[in-house]
Design a binder for this molecule. Structure first.
Ligand SMILES: [Zn+2]
Length: 360
């Protein structure tokens, strides 16, 4: 072969030195057994729940802090929807504040439940499947059902209380609010201790992690911590304060005066308002605003700037969340309106329920 004319080739770059990173801090496990964790330590764990198509393990990063004395196992889950990230910061901040030497029982946190969704920067698990519609799952398949089953079997069934941390979905924003069955004294107490801006009474729905935990007799609430795809320090701080109040009441943290924030607004129900035409949407009230029946809450214009339609609140209520995406097809979400429960509705009672929380 004739030599190639022209400039000589640059000298070869130094070959990268092979580097194997083994994070020796992290222990790989395939079942959570709280009683087998060494006491007086924070454990960094990776819970294998399956393999990807390259036969690489899919493992949920977990933290577990076990105190010196026996007590309940309090469970936290975050990122069941892959782009709902505030819960990660809530867990990190909470664990930074824990003093295992003076703790009872165990705090266990699944930092990223939906590993494929997190890596893909998306809400869903695989093939359009919303993991939070498939609990308690199925030991055989398909993939999203076996994933849900292993989360239940390997993590959730080993805890005594569960707080599942979420955020709004893409294109929407939320207050710091809690969804809980307020007719159950245990979950009502969990909800009130969180001191969110708003509590929405909602019996646990089929398919959700909260519902599947409840079916196992584990008191569980959903905490909606702000907005997707970002870390928001203010709502994260508020959520950590609420979690510490739960840990004090559960006896995990030493009993001391807990500074509870202002009482939340309790809603007996909530629903979304939707557009019935398409266009560019503008939502008028802000998060946490009270609206009156008949008040204009949104407008829709066409691409030529002409007014298409106004939307009005069908009832009095409080704005729990709303759309921030102006691009609206027919049926787009406008705002999430909570019906404020009157005093005496039975949803405000929140006497101590810690004795009802099972202790390990
Ligand atoms: Zn979610």
């Amino acid at each position: 072969m004739a030599p190639i004319e022209g400039r000589p080739l640059p000298p070869p770059t130094a070959r990268p030195r092979p580097r194997v990173t083994v994070n020796t801090n992290v222990r790989h496990i395939d079942m959570l057994v709280p009683d087998e964790l060494t006491t007086g330590r924070v454990h960094r764990l990776a819970m294998r729940v399956g393999d990807d198509a390259l036969n690489r393990p899919v493992a949920i990063p977990m933290l577990a802090a076990r105190g010196r004395k026996p007590g309940p196992v309090v469970g936290l889950t975050a990122v069941v929807h892959g782009n709902e990230l505030n819960g990660i910061a809530v867990i990190h901040r909470l664990f930074d504040s824990l003093d295992v030497e003076h703790m009872r029982g165990t705090v266990v946190a699944a930092v990223v439940v939906n590993v494929p969704g997190f890596l893909g920067r998306r809400r869903l698990l695989v093939e359009g499947a919303d993991l939070n519609h498939h609990f308690p799952g199925d030991p055989v398949g398909p993939p999203w059902r076996i994933y849900a089953h292993r989360v239940m079997d390997r993590i959730v069934r080993h805890v005594d209380l569960l707080l599942d941390l979420h955020t709004a979905s893409t294109g929407r924003v939320n207050t710091l609010y809690v969804r809980a069955d307020m007719h159950d004294a245990r979950t009502a107490r969990l909800a009130h201790l969180q001191r969110p801006q708003i509590i929405v009474h909602s019996p646990a729905a089929d398919g959700t992690l909260r519902g599947a935990a409840s079916d196992l007799g584990i008191p569980a609430i959903t905490v909606e911590v702000g907005n997707p795809q970002r870390i928001q320090r203010d709502v994260v701080r508020g959520s950590v304060r609420g979690l510490r109040a739960v840990l004090v009441e559960a006896g995990v943290l030493p009993r001391r005066k807990v500074q509870l924030g202002p009482a939340p607004v309790v809603c007996s129900s909530s629903h979304w308002l939707y557009t019935n035409q398409g266009g560019l949407l503008r939502v008028l009230p802000g998060l946490g605003d009270r609206v009156s029946a008949g008040e204009e809450v949104a407008t829709l214009v066409d691409p030529w700037g002409q007014h298409v339609e106004s939307y009005r609140a069908p009832t009095d209520g409080i704005v729990i969340g709303h759309s921030v995406d102006p691009v609206a097809d027919t049926g787009a979400r406008i705002l999430h309106l909570g019906a404020v429960a009157p005093e005496g509705s039975g949803l405000h009672d929140h006497t101590s329920a810690s004795s009802a929380w099972r202790a390990r």
